[in-house]
Design a protein. Structure first.
Length: 348
């Protein structure tokens, strides 16, 4: 099937969503996401951050779709035309969704362990949503201990359902989920059961905000003070491929490697994540580049840069007439000796 997104044509297989097609193209046309996770089934369609404008439904029915569509759950059609980054309507809607997500979110980025690699922080930064019109009292919850390794802060949760879907598909016997309804909805454990299985730590990695945090790393360091390194070990439970966040020779935390869309490439077990904080336990492969744009790498140029060709006039130090006029040098023309020297240099 052929689909056009922001003027870019691409052929995709039937069943591909608009978001997946946009990710194949890459660049600015890729919508932001908070709930969608390509590694998890039945995930997406909850946060509405990835809204796009479908200006042509298909070749069979070329009428535009009357409303903005969530790209993560909208399948492509033959001849479909979509506007993402080039749609003022979609960009405005994403800003509104960002403001909505921040309604109850606390302004505790300075003390939150997710600061610097938070998807909601990046979303707010990119959309310029720095002010809130919400004057009512925010909903608040007490911090909840949901396992030996994980601390839950429901105040920060945006109900993306990622941790619930991960527990259903990766672990045995999910014991947590969404309780209550409406603005009382919250992530919690059932009947005070504790989340304790070999892969529960991956919920920390899939959480887009700081609602689920690693107890072994809480308040230890800011993420931008650490250096990430690719490493691996022989592990019978998982791939053993991880990212070590180190401060000097000390391993502050261990997490799973992520791709450019901030999604985990290989889920890792709790033993690799929590029990091996000694450098000698790992084979370090080398420093790791940042996966995606974030607050911690705004001034870090790790991506490939195209060679810049500077086109300059000859004798650039001579100065152009328009520059002379701009800086009020027109009253100081060259004397005869200077003009002769310039002429001689040009001839050479």
């Amino acid at each position: 099937m052929k689909i056009t997104i922001d003027g870019h044509d691409i052929d995709v297989e039937a069943g591909t969503t608009i978001l997946q097609a946009a990710r194949m193209i890459g660049g600015e046309c890729v919508p932001p996401t908070m709930c969608y996770y390509s590694k998890l089934k039945d995930c997406g369609g909850k946060c509405r951050c990835c809204l796009v404008e479908v200006t042509k439904g298909s070749e069979r029915d070329p009428r535009p779709m009357p409303k903005l569509q969530p790209s993560c759950v909208t399948p492509v059609q033959e001849g479909m035309e979509v506007l993402s980054a080039k749609s003022p309507k979609a960009l405005e809607a994403r800003k509104a969704v960002t403001e909505f997500l921040l309604i109850n979110h606390p302004l505790d980025c300075p003390v939150c362990d997710q600061a610097g690699e938070c998807d909601l922080q990046n979303l707010a930064f990119n959309n310029g949503a720095y002010k809130s019109r919400y004057i009512e009292e925010k909903r608040t919850f007490e911090p909840e201990d949901i396992g030996p390794h994980i601390q839950l802060h429901m105040n920060r949760c945006v109900l993306c359902y990622r941790c619930v879907k991960l527990a259903e598909q990766l672990t045995d016997g999910r014991v947590h989920g969404v309780l209550n309804r409406g603005d009382h909805a919250q992530i919690s454990t059932y009947v005070s059961q504790v989340i304790d299985n070999d892969f529960s730590g991956n919920m920390v990695d899939v959480c887009p905000v700081g609602a689920l945090t690693d107890k072994t790393y809480r308040f230890e360091s800011r993420v931008w003070f650490n250096k990430p390194f690719n490493a691996h070990r022989d592990c019978p439970k998982c791939s053993g491929k991880v990212v070590l966040w180190m401060f000097g020779d000390t391993i502050q935390r261990v997490n799973a490697p992520k791709d450019e869309f901030h999604e985990v490439e290989d889920f890792i077990c709790n033993e690799c994540r929590f029990d091996h904080k000694n450098v000698n336990d790992w084979i370090i492969d080398g420093p790791r580049k940042f996966e995606k744009f974030s607050v911690i790498n705004i001034n870090n140029y790790t991506k490939k840069l195209d060679k810049v060709e500077i086109i300059a006039d000859d004798l650039i130090l001579e100065g152009r007439k328009q520059d002379q006029e701009k800086i009020s040098m027109s009253e100081f023309p060259y004397d005869e000796a200077e003009l002769e020297a310039i002429k001689k240099t040009k001839e050479e």
